[in-house]
Design a binder for this molecule. Structure first.
Ligand code: 6GP
Length: 824
């Protein structure tokens, strides 16, 4: 402890240039972070060296998004120095918890996809997999959400303003990134046509490394994030012509590339700068990967034995064309050889079946910005369509493909003709990869049967499932110390590395004393949340209420509106005195809406309007409260999830690819009210469906309802309570003086087809909520189920997920000496 204290003081003085006697929490947080980073860097260097020494096959995880959240607590726990740090900082006059609050969330992602990437890096580090995360170091991450007059207002997330003590910026290792320009043809010595791309503009990519430690194993992997740097300061011409200001302007323009994260979340924006970001990130990453590979290899055909590249959705899919370009134009390989290398190296994960999220880029834009890549994409397509023809005519594809060859070719082509001629990035990713995976069993089945059905027939081996998981280090151990300590006192700490060990809790569910202790841990977490809400929102929570929580991005398919209709109905019953047996509850909502997503923003407004009315109504507010948690983010989830008793997972069946919040809640002992969707299905199967509150129509039922003509008006007319709730929303009951404010929401349900079947599931949802309320009155039974939920969550560890990727997709083994925990 003395060593750590000394290091902290030294950093306050020599790294931060401050007086250690001036007790600034900001300085002491930064100094502590630097002292922790010192303890990581040696192991990081050793880890990187060991990869070379053992000629390990490396995994590169390419993701435009990461959501690491805060690093301090997690890193202290991984290093096993949490207690030491707590004592050291307390000696220096600080509470560790307060210091940790000084850190800004690294919010370099939108939601599930980005958080999954961060959980995966944690698991690679813990399992000893030679992995690297690659991404972009956005200067501005996901916007900061404030609620003003009930509405979402976006503010810039200037997370770098206070510096980032965790990152190593490596200004000496810059990689050139080229755009625009032209392609020249030439003939090589064997008479083959060759191509050279001479680019117009060049920008530089600077690596910023953030260290990702494994759990208690000395294995530290790297998350390398690229930051755009202009090359104009090296361009003497500018100075010679005296155009200094012009040079500076160009520099600012170039550095725009990594300025800001696109806050779109499953709605594609299709903007030029976004494509620039994608290519900027991809080319720097591929250059770095090949630089490392070439240190030990000359023969490019060995690449797939040494390197596996995982594409996190289609955002980095242009990497396939980029690797082809390098192999063809720089290494001068033949097409077939280059293509084999690509396909064997790449694998692609799909994260959504929402059609509006499937990325396409206009051919005209690609032709201008990346002319050589567009040529390569055309060539990939031509060869692919010839192959389709061959397979379709062959026996193994059967008559199905053959009969309708032209249509089949149009459907699978990389190029879509309408509404504008564009490249389908998902098709590029599928064709250029040896593995395409979904993220939960149902999602993968839907990929096979619907979204990519043609590809499933063409390549029946390619599409596979890897159900998501979450890291128990952050989402149980670090976020929920009261519960973790209780668990550890009965079964030891092995579950942090091997989550299956939680099954040892099962017999304890029958032990009243253990149940009481389990409840006490939950209460402690509820009280912590209460204190936080009081500080932040100046609201007093009732900890004896059932804490019912719906936090995730705001999206119509996630059906926050269904939850809201339940709240309004409960409000009406209480007002009308029809709810004598109502179980008091506080309903929490939280989540960001894409700034351009009108309906999602209106939903946030409606939730806040209903909350204001309900909370102000003294007839009901001792029994029902509604809280909107502004600026939902990773660190907020870490506070809220441990305090949650009811987890809302109520998406339209078939629409949520997996969900990972669902896993975090159950792991922390919340019971789930949910639809038969995403990974909630597999959770129900693992836990026992009777221990969750499952309701609503299933995916195949919805398909047939749609086919037979779904008429939401029937539900409206047939259900008095539903009608009352919708009419209130449409009138000014929740928006005094602003008649019609929420009419778009209601019209969308009644006259817009109710695409997400809110009305169809309303009655069943109410029934399930009634079951919840009733069960909550029986605290012994509730607690028993809560324990069993957590005990059966072992499968949903990201360690299990990453082990499957490593074995079944990457063919990568953990580093020797690290498999059983302790590293060298
Ligand atoms: C999300 C899915 O919506 C969610 O269900 C899943 O758990 C998560 O990915 C991780 O797999 N998708 C996205 O966030 C996204 O942007 C393009 O998909």
């Amino acid at each position: 402890m003395e060593g750590l204290k000394k290091d902290v003081i030294r950093h306050v003085v020599s790294s931060l240039g401050s007086d250690y006697a001036s007790k600034s929490a900001y300085n002491y947080y930064n100094a502590l972070a630097l002292a922790v980073r010192d303890r990581l860097i040696d192991n990081w260097i050793k880890t990187q060296r060991s990869y070379y020494d053992e000629k390990a096959k490396r995994v590169y995880y390419l993701s435009l998004e990461y959501l690491p959240g805060k690093s301090l607590m997690n890193n202290l726990h991984c290093l096993g120095i949490y207690e030491t740090a707590r004592k050291a900082m307390s000696d220096l006059g600080f509470s560790l918890e307060d210091l940790a609050e000084q850190e800004w969330d690294a919010g370099l992602g939108n939601g599930g996809l980005g958080r999954l990437a961060s959980c995966f890096l944690d698991s690679m580090a813990t399992l000893g997999i030679p992995g690297y995360g690659y991404g972009i170091r956005y200067d501005y991450g996901i916007f900061h959400q404030v609620i003003e007059d009930g509405k979402q207002v976006e503010q810039a997330d200037n997370w770098m303003r206070v510096g980032n003590p965790w990152a190593y910026e490596r200004g000496q290792h810059l990689f050139p990134v080229r755009f625009f320009g032209e392609v020249k043809n030439w003939t090589d010595e064997y008479g083959r046509l060759r191509h050279t791309w001479t680019a117009g503009d060049t920008v530089l990519a600077m690596p910023c490394d953030m260290l990702v430690p494994g759990w208690d194993n000395h294995h530290v992997i790297n998350m390398r994030l690229w930051s755009a740097r202009s090359d104009v300061e090296f361009d003497l011409d500018f100075f010679n012509t005296g155009n200094y200001l012009g040079a500076v302007e160009e520099k600012i323009f170039d550095e725009k590339i990594s300025k800001v994260l696109y806050p779109s979340d499953q709605i594609e924006e299709g903007r030029e700068l976004r494509l620039k970001q994608q290519y900027f990130f991809v080319t720097a990453t591929i250059q770095d990967i090949l630089r490392r590979f070439r240190k030990k290899h000359q023969d490019m055909t060995e690449l797939p034995q040494s390197v596996a590249i995982q594409l996190n959705d289609t955002h980095p899919a242009i990497a396939i064309a980029e690797l082809m370009r390098i192999l063809l134009d720089e290494d001068l390989l033949d097409w077939e050889v280059a293509w084999d290398i690509c396909v064997s190296t790449f694998a692609y994960t799909n994260h959504t079946i929402l059609p509006e999220a499937l990325e396409t880029w206009p051919v005209s834009l690609l032709e201008r910005m990346l002319p050589r890549h567009m040529q390569i994409i055309y060539e990939i397509n031509a060869r692919f369509l010839r192959e389709v023809e061959r397979v379709a005519r062959s026996e193994d594809c059967g008559q199905l493909c053959h009969r309708d060859l032209d249509h089949l070719k149009q459907r699978v082509s990389l190029i879509q003709e309408r509404p504008i001629k564009s490249v389908r990035m998902a098709h590029l990713a599928i064709i250029g990869s040896h593995s395409v995976n979904g993220v939960a069993a149902l999602h993968t089945e839907l990929l096979k049967a619907r979204v990519f059905d043609d590809f499933q027939r063409l390549y029946p081996q390619k599409i596979n499932n890897k159900t998501n998981g979450v890291t128990p280090r952050r989402w149980l151990w670090s976020a929920n110390q009261p519960l973790s300590r209780l668990i550890a006192s009965h079964i030891g700490t092995g579950f942090v590395r091997n989550l299956d060990e939680l099954t040892q809790l099962e017999p304890l569910a029958a032990d009243p004393a253990f149940r009481e202790a389990w409840r006490a841990a939950k209460l402690e977490n509820k009280q912590r949340l209460q204190a936080y809400i009081k500080r932040k929102l100046m609201r007093e929570l009732h900890t004896e209420h059932l804490f019912d929580v719906h936090i995730k991005r705001i999206h119509e398919y996630k059906r926050q509106v269904l939850n809201l209709l339940h709240v309004v109905t409960a409000y009406n019953r209480l007002r009308h005195g029809q709810a004598a047996d109502f179980t008091p509850r506080t309903v929490f909502f939280g989540g960001k809406a894409a700034p351009s997503y009108f309906m999602a923003k209106r939903i946030i407004h409606a939730i806040n309007a209903v909350a204001a009315t309900v909370n102000a109504d003294s007839r009901v507010n001792d029994k029902l409260q509604v809280v909107y948690l502004p600026n939902y983010c990773v660190s907020q989830a870490e506070r809220v999830i441990p305090a949650t008793e009811l987890s809302e997972q109520i998406s339209t069946a078939g629409m949520e690819a997996s969900g990972t919040g669902n896993m975090k809640f159950a792991l922390n002992g919340a019971l789930t009210i949910g639809t038969w969707d995403g990974a909630t299905i597999e959770m129900a199967q693992a836990i026992g469906p009777e221990l969750l509150f499952i309701f609503g129509m299933r995916e195949d039922e919805l398909v047939s309802l749609r086919q037979h003509g779904y008429n939401p008006m029937l539900y409206y007319h047939g259900d008095e309570e539903l009608r009352e709730a919708l009419d209130m929303l449409r009138s000014d009951a929740f928006s005094p003086g602003q008649h019609g404010l929420f009419a778009p929401l209601v019209d969308n349900l009644l006259h817009g087809g109710d695409r997400f079947f809110v009305l169809a599931d309303y009655r069943q949802y109410l029934g399930a909520q009634q079951d919840v309320g009733r069960l909550y009155l029986d605290q012994e039974e509730w607690t028993r189920r809560s324990i069993l939920n957590a005990a059966r969550m072992g499968f949903f560890s990201s360690d299990r997920a990453i082990s499957q990727y490593a074995r079944e997709i990457w063919d990568v083994a953990p580093m020797a000496g690290l498999q059983n925990g302790k590293g060298a």
